[in-house]
Structure formats: C-alpha cells, structure tokens
Design a protein around this ligand. Structure first.
Ligand code: CAA
Length: 258
C-alpha cells in the first residue's frame, strides 16, 4: 500500500520503523495518518521477519496532537457516528512490542500514541502534554486513562486540567518514559533497543508483552494466573527447548520463533 503521511523502513534486520511524515503540520494526526499507521503496524505484526516496531516523528515533533483543522467543523453527531477514535484502539491488537521514539512535541493524540506504545525512548528535547483543555475539549485517545496509570492521579489531573507540560527529564522522573538520550541519537537508541528485542524469541517476547498488559485489566490473582498460563504455554515451543539447551551447552541459541 502507498502511504501519503507516513514513511516505512526496516533500518536493521528485524525492526520495522514507521515515521510520521507531515512535518509542516508538526505531524498532526489526521484520520488518514492514523489509519496508515495502524495499517503499517498490522503489516509488520504479521511479518515473520520483524520482531519489534518503532513509531517516530521527526526532531521537532513526534506529533502535536490530533489534527485540529480536520476536527474544527466536526459536529457531535459526525464524531459519534464516524467513531474515529475507536480506530485508535487497534493498538491493542498488535502482538509484537512497539517502541515510541519521541523527540520534540508529543502533545494530545501524540502523547496518547506514545503511551499506547510499550516503551518510550525520549530525546532530551521531548515535551509531553495534553493541551486539549485549551481547545475546550479533553483527551479522547486514552489520555485520561493511561496517564493516570503512568504518572499517578495528582499529576495526571494537572497535565489534563491545567495544561502542565512535562520535559523529557520530568517524564523520566515520573516513569512515563524508559530513558532520555541526546537529541542526535534518540532514534539510534530506539533502534538498538528494538534490535535487541527482535533478536530474542518472538513468541516469548509476545507472551511477555501480553502478560504485562493484562495487569491493567485484571486483579492480582487473575493476573498471576494469566502469567502462569503463558509461562506454561511457552513450554510447548521449540524456542524454550532451544533456549535451555543452548544455556546448558554454553552456546548462543538459534531462535525459530515457534
Ligand atoms: N492540528 C493541526 N495543525 C497543527 C497542529 C494540530 N494539532 N499542531 C500544529 N499544527 C500546525 C499549525 O497550525 C501550523 O500550521 P500553519 O503553518 O499552516 O499555520 C504548523 O503546524 C506549525 O505550528 P505552529 O506555528 O503553531 O508551531 P509552534 O512551534 O509555534 O508551536 C505547538 C508548536 C506548541 C505544538 C503548537 O502548534 C500547538 O499548540 N499545537 C496544538 C497542540 C494541541 O492542542 N494538541 C491537541 C490536539 S487535540 C487532540 O489531540 C485530541 C485527542 O486527544 C485525540
């Protein structure tokens, strides 16, 4: 498929990279861009040669939010019937890990997409915010739910109700991002992390991501049971046999991803 608003690349074996490409609009997320992103993520997810994905923007902006110009004239009925934001929950269907490589603005829907990813590598220039309140609206792509889980209620309230913005260092301090690195290497660092993940057993990585994400939905006991089930399931894989044999034989495992 030809994409108008994203660029796709495989920068190194096993890593699928999706780059938002609306630089003049600070990568504002219009509905076509969002659809293209999910289409590309789904394609990489189904590609056996890919083990991890990265979503990124450019140095100035990861994404400055949903496209305000596209939404400006939209009515309640149009919003309700098109139900565009339901498309955003397609992220839940992606089984392989997705890393957000964030530089510059990650505002509104941009911050929300970064939070939908499994990990965030931030440039020291990154700034996170949910400024929707200035437009007379609130976040609609998961901001009110995911932010509270990432940074706690007090700060989530301030970010969403008072347009408090977080620098990369603050985001690291509050646990929103995995690491902060210099601006000239943020993508390289994200690629290194993705390459590491892609070099492991894809099936085990997938099970791990699946079990971690369940923690958001289940009670502790249900979550522990779920984890145990995934753990037992992995004993049916070739990769489990290979990983343990390689350890005992003091050699590197060769993963078959099955
Ligand atoms: N939608 C559409 N266009 C946008 C945009 C957005 N979210 N953010 C920036 N742009 C456009 C600007 O309109 C401008 O275009 P023109 O040159 O055609 O005028 C261009 O990008 C550059 O922007 P600025 O001139 O404003 O750049 P700046 O460096 O002075 O400011 C900024 C940068 C602080 C990020 C500022 O652009 C800004 O505040 N943007 C809006 C942020 C926002 O409110 N995001 C939330 C959107 S709503 C949402 O996301 C809902 C949801 O939860 C799903």
């Amino acid at each position: 498929m030809e994409y108008a608003h994203i660029l796709i690349e495989v920068p190194t074996a096993g890593v699928g990279l999706i780059r938002f490409n609306r630089p003049k609009a600070l990568n504002a997320l219009n509905s076509q861009l969002v659809q293209e992103m999910f289409d590309a993520l789904t394609a990489f997810d189904g590609d056996d040669t890919i083990g991890c994905m990265i979503v990124t923007g450019n140095e100035k902006a990861f994404a400055a939010g949903a496209d305000i110009k596209e939404m400006a004239e939209t009515t309640y009925v149009e919003m309700f019937t098109s139900d565009n934001l339901t498309d955003w929950s397609a992220f839940n269907k992606i089984g392989k890990p997705v890393i957000a490589a964030v530089s510059g603005y990650a505002f509104g829907g941009g911050c929300e997409i970064a939070m939908m990813c499994d990990m965030i590598v931030a440039s020291e220039t990154a700034v996170f915010g949910q400024p929707e309140i200035n437009l007379g609206i609130i976040p609609g792509g998961g901001g009110t739910q995911r932010l509270i889980r990432a940074v706690g209620k007090a700060l989530a309230m301030e970010i969403i109700l008072a347009d408090r913005r977080l620098t990369a260092q603050e985001a690291l301090h509050y646990g929103l991002v995995n690491r902060v690195v210099p601006a000239d290497v943020y993508l390289e660092e994200a690629i290194k992390l993705a390459e590491k993940i892609a070099s492991l057993s894809h099936v085990a990585v997938r099970m791990g991501k699946d079990a971690i994400n369940r923690a958001y939905e289940l009670t502790l006991q249900e979550g522990l049971n779920y984890e145990k089930r995934n753990f037992y399931l992995l004993f049916g894989t070739e990769d489990k046999k290979e990983g343990m044999a390689a350890f005992i034989e003091k050699r590197k495992p060769t993963w078959q991803h099955k």
